[in-house]
Ligand binder design. Structure first.
Ligand code: UD1
Ligand code: UDP
Length: 377
């Protein structure tokens, strides 16, 4: 363990490892107060992807930081993480463990807890893409089998769980914590992009892009499809670069396409949302961004084979652009369709009313053990 746990560690572990988990769990951590024990797996380790978010979101440094996950391949991230975390929980017991979403850190937290008979609360439960080639889909299925309390963001997510045989009393529909995270971040200062969004060239309009999924970054062809399409649409492109994508651009020699874009790294949450709220269009494969556009009321093209977030599409905020479609034509058509953006202005978000973090913190406080993990309804 890198950090020796302090004797006054909280008894509800919130296990998190990647940028979106920090963003989406910060509200729950704040609501739990001194009972929260933040455990950072180290899956994302750059300050730009982790440390900056802990600071900006006001949740301080993690209480515990695993040291055997960072920079490992998937199998070792998960295997090492479970061992190290189970050893920590054995030495420093907890009453419950909260995990979020579908990352390798999510499955680490859920498995380490369950094998020690500690109740698991799964935030953002019940998403399914039905694409087993995605590591995230496997993580969702594993955590879905393990969790004691499933906090589903939407009725469709709850329906997926019930169809898989989860007892209804273990499923709670809470909305997604990203709603309050987005509303809060919009009140924070957006320091670093202030000048950029005021630039004359960008005032004419821009597409905001963030891409990181293996399906778009693991082969030269898939990544070139995205960046070459963006380079031909005749609109400014602001490209916020994920480290996985930065490595792929370099590995596949695709830098020439990015030379024409405004490329940004290390963009914090408030800054990213500021960029999003001024964009004419977003293009992304991000999960969180599919949800955030429903709060910001912005149009989004989702560059993916499939999505586990149909609610954003059904509500009209997102359109799924599968690999068989011509991406440049789709972007151009979306930019030309000003009625799309106008129609979103007053549309409600399908992801809830901004109270998910409070609801989940309250339920987690009342868990006393696996047998008593059923929610009191
Ligand atoms: C992970 C999650 C994904 C989530 C994303 C959020 C899994 C299987 N994937 O994907 O669901 O959408 O986080 O951003 O858990 N890297 C760095 N520095 C960092 C972090 C990553 O350089 O701080 C680079 C490394 O080259 C690393 C690669 O990014 O090998 C991939 O990182 P990893 O955490 O394995 O997966 P993500 O693609 O970030
Ligand atoms: N985000 C950010 N800076 C960026 C790009 C994204 O703060 O440069 C935020 C975004 O607003 C969202 C979250 O990161 O809240 C999404 O993370 P990511 O796309 O890495 O993961 P996913 O949601 O796909 O799991």
């Amino acid at each position: 363990m890198l950090n020796v746990p302090a004797p006054d560690l909280g008894d509800i572990a919130v296990v998190l490892g990647t940028r979106p988990e920090i963003i989406k769990l910060a509200g729950i951590i704040r609501h739990l107060g001194p009972r929260a024990r933040t455990v950072h797996t180290g899956q994302h380790w750059d300050d730009d992807m982790a440390g900056k978010f802990f600071r900006d979101l006001g949740i301080g440094e993690p209480d515990v930081r695993l040291e055997t996950v960072e920079g490992q391949i998937r199998g070792l991230q998960v295997g090492n993480g479970i061992s190290e975390l189970a050893a920590h929980f054995q030495d420093h017991p907890v009453t419950a463990v909260i995990v979020q979403g579908d990352t390798n850190s999510t499955t680490i937290g859920a498995q380490a807890a369950n094998y020690l008979d500690v109740p698991v609360v799964h935030v953002e439960a019940g998403l399914r893409s039905h694409d087993r080639a995605m590591p995230e889909e496997i993580n969702r299925l594993v955590v879905g089998a393990i969790a004691d309390l499933h906090c589903a963001a939407t009725p469709q997510n709850a329906e997926n769980l019930l169809r898989e045989g989860i007892e209804p009393s273990r499923v709670l529909i809470t909305g997604n914590t990203v709603v309050e995270a987005t509303l809060l971040a919009r009140e924070l200062p957006h320091r670093e992009v202030q000048d950029l969004v005021s630039e004359k060239a960008l005032q004419e309009g821009y597409v905001l892009v963030t891409i990181h999924r293996p399906e778009n970054t693991d082969t030269a062809e898939s990544l070139e499809r995205v960046v070459s399409a963006l380079s031909t649409v005749g609109c400014n492109v602001v490209f916020t670069l994920h480290p996985r994508t930065a490595a792929a651009v370099e590995r596949f020699g695709l830098q020439r396409y990015l030379d024409g874009f405004e490329v940004l790294t290390g963009v914090g949450h408030a800054d990213f949302l500021e960029l999003a709220s001024h964009a004419r269009l977003l293009v992304s494969d991000s999960g969180g961004v599919q949800e955030e556009v429903t709060v910001l009321k912005k149009p989004l093209l989702v560059v993916r084979r499939s999505t586990e977030r149909p609610e954003s599409i059904d509500a009209g905020f997102s359109r799924l652009i599968t690999p068989d479609l011509d991406l440049a034509s789709e972007i151009s058509a979306a930019l030309a369709d000003t009625s799309w953006s106008d129609a979103l202005r007053d549309r409600p978000s399908p992801y809830g009313d901004g109270t998910a973090s409070r609801q989940i913190a309250e339920r987690s406080r009342s868990l006393l053990g696996r047998e008593t993990a059923l929610p009191v309804v």
